[in-house]
Ligand binder design. Structure first.
Ligand code: 13P
Length: 251
């Protein structure tokens, strides 16, 4: 199965949640996708410990499995790290990079994220590069510059519409139950698309730009119908397959 950049993306980031018993959620999801025509790319990002189990369940289905992060080199003395080659070897197609929870806890720079993205591209993986301002920048009205700066430094020249997706996740909207206002999402996505269009990398052919931050089954239809919002990166609401399926159906 291949990623279709012409279709929207509904992705579930499980973060540090899920035990082996959570397989049942993936079985339900695979079953749903098998019985319904897909007008979107559906991806689940489990913790590393469950990737292999989930890939086995999702094999020959319409569900992609991805990794929540990876190292910037393929092998070596990097205790505790997982490489893009290993992720590809497990059967993943996607990797999330630069999630604010990683940028902040590991003090990760945009330059490092760009290196990681380049490494994923070399391994035929599609990277979902996350950007998004913190509450302070939003309060100061500096959110557009903040995100432009992240985009400028986080995207390598190897990026194209097939191997790259941008996720706009305002930090203050993550895990709070309060998504950004629809108008603010619209303004930011328009800004990101015009930034990507201006950048030589994508040559006026920008990749999918998806929104994340307290997306759930109640607000997904409104969010997904905003101009230039090509999908959603869902955290908490992706853990329950019934709710996640409702989000898939809202596109
Ligand atoms: P929530 O949907 O739980 O706010 O998380 C969003 C997110 O960080 C997805 O990567």
């Amino acid at each position: 199965m291949q990623y279709h950049p012409d279709k929207p993306i509904i992705a579930g980031n499980w973060k540090m949640n899920g035990l082996r018993g959570s397989k049942i959620e993936i079985e339900k999801l695979v079953n749903f996708l098998g019985n319904n025509n897909q007008n979107s790319n559906v991806i689940i990002f489990p913790p590393y410990t469950l990737i292999s189990d989930f890939v086995n369940i999702a094999v020959s289905s319409d569900l992609f499995i991805g990794s929540q992060d990876c190292h910037q080199v393929n092998r070596g003395a990097y205790t505790g790290s997982i490489s893009p080659e290993m992720i590809k070897d497990l059967g993943c197609n996607f990797v999330i990079l630069g999630h604010s929870e990683v940028r902040n806890t590991k003090d990760e720079s945009s330059i490092l994220i760009s290196k990681k993205a380049e490494a994923t591209h070399k391994n035929n993986l599609t990277s979902i590069i996350c950007v998004g301002e913190d509450a302070k920048s939003r309060m100061q009205g500096k959110q557009l510059d903040y995100v432009s700066n992240q985009l400028l430094k986080s995207i390598p020249t190897s990026a194209n519409i097939n191997n790259t997706v941008i996720a706009y996740e305002p930090i203050w909207a993550i895990g709070t139950g309060k998504s950004a206002h629809l108008e603010d999402i619209e303004i930011m996505h328009k800004h990101i698309i015009s930034f990507l269009n201006d950048s030589k990398i994508f040559d006026n052919n920008p990749p999918n730009v998806i929104y994340g931050g307290s997306v759930n089954a109640d607000n997904s239809r409104d969010i997904l119908s905003i101009d230039n919002v090509n999908g959603a990166l869902v955290g908490g609401a992706s853990l329950d397959s019934d709710e996640f399926i409702k989000i898939i159906q809202s596109i």
